[in-house]
Design a protein around this ligand. Sequence first.
Ligand code: NDP
Length: 612
Amino acid sequence: MTPEQERLHNMFPDLDFDPQALREKYRSERDKRLRDDGESQYLEIADEFAHYAEDDPYVEDIERDPLDLKLDVVIVGAGFSGLMTAARLKEKGIDNFKVIESGGDFGGTWYWNRYPGAQCDIESYCYLPLLEETGFMPQDKYSFAPEIFKHTQRIGKYFNLYENTLFQTRVTKVQWIEADQEWEVSTHRNDRIRAQFVIQATGPANRPKLPGIPGIKSYQGHTFHTSRWDYKYTGGDHSGNLTNLANKRVAVIGTGATAIQCVPFLGKHAEKLYVFQRTPSPVDLRGNSKTDKDWYSALEPGWQRDRRENFASVLAGQEFARDLVADGWTDIARRIGLSLMNRNSGSGDLDMEEIMLRSEIADFQKMNEIRARCDTDVSNPLAAENLKPWYRQFCKRPTFNDEYLKTFSLPNVELIDVSESKGVERITQNAVIANGIEYEVDCIIYATGFEITTSAHRRVDFDTVGRNGLSLYQHWNDGFRTLHGLSSHGFPNWFTIGINQNGLSPNMTAMFDDQAVHVSYVINEVKKRGKKVAEVTAEAEQQWVDHIIELAGSGMAASSFLQDCTPGYYNREGQSANSSTQNSPYVPGINAFNDLLRGWREKDDLEGISLR
Ligand code: NDP
């Protein structure tokens, strides 16, 4: 036994696996996948690929005359972040605003992503905002996409937001006009819009991306990205019945959270399905259940905030005895908590090293269970082995599905492991080539995800030009610069709802809503105080940036955990960068961040913002 093995054995005498061997395995699997080209391996959806994102398969094109508007506020984006901001502004009595949205309805992610089986992996009682206000009861513990999309429409109707929204309209530029102390917002419909405030709510996963596979342009068959599912081609709808695929050979490239949900439907209907997998996802049990009406109607007022906060604090390891959601997200946190409580390593104080080690062991145990599902659910032993993920549970978005693994036992479904070549080798006119074998297919479906960590400008297809002609993306060139992740110096009366430099949660709608509450408070205060312009000071911005960097570098910094992870968008494809520390979230977590914002509002002095 090595000294490390002996130490581990003394601390965890009952382990039925060798943690050292698992560490080695994780490292070698990660190294196998690291690519020199990192994030630049992906193709931007632009120019000849633009149709993958621009075509809207869900609505007919409309024609309308350009508008000439003078508004209090423009919100760019009508996904959950824009929708919640609009709702919170209405609550403050601010009504002279427009939401500008490229899609044909509310929903954002849930407008675009209509692929078969699409479902939210966060519990619906936490995820769907304003359940108490709208009196809506989700059908299931985990909602499917159509219910979520309908809920965005429900919120839109509840707050009369349809009359405030310009759909099928793309913003092309946002420019501060110093002489008038207001913003000019241009759109692709030549609208002339002036607004006192602008709120950018364009979402973290709004731009699909394609893999830069050699030959991708030469393919002559049918293709689409999962976020613009082509039901005209496949037949059927969200619930399946993809009957047009009965005589089609289909390739799916990618095995992330999206593929996990749609592959079972493709496997059921395609004549032949090839799933090209570079890295397997951790696929945990879903175990969805119908909402118990009696339980739901007996919930006390304020239950949703309580549930959301409990979910966040369990995930952050701050609470585990009371776990209201009790699912695959909170499971690991509960295990770590129990391990810390029951430790047999002596009576001394816990140190960070021990916490990290116990977390690692709990993670190994959890992932062993997830890997064991591959053996029980998949009849082909080689496929079962290849479906096992060798990394820690939160290195990638955890996934939950009860049908995905079983799909690989179907005779028409083949898993093609492309890990050795770090991705699909090549695409030709009519085939996908992997491991030297040519797979002729009629259709390629790209389940290759979204631009989430590429430069902010690349993800937002318009520029925002602030005071002195400074572009927002010049200002953010070396990393985000904000106060509270919400506003930047040089950009008066401008806010963003997002995921950088603020409290992050996998339950994004809760996070967006808390930001919306804060931004609508600031806007209302500026108006109440009879001022025209509010701008974050350079000092306040710098202090927040320094604080974010300091927090990210302290304690159990997420960045070092992520560096050891298999490549993916969570760790910028395994590439380290200073800006990733600067862009990191507020490390103490979403609840602490919300407390901080609440305290800031209660002080009532808009600290860090200058008013003119
Ligand atoms: P991901 O980025 O998670 O997955 C992309 C997939 O494409 C990966 O499996 C990746 O492999 C693969 N890939 C990329 N390039 C190649 C290549 N050259 N050859 C072969 N394979 C390749 O995208 P998703 O759309 O699945 O998910 C994106 C995010 O959307 C999730 O992380 C989640 O945040 C959100 N989402 C949320 C859901 C929810 O329930 N709330 C459901 C679905 C999505 P590799 O892993 O090796 O890079």
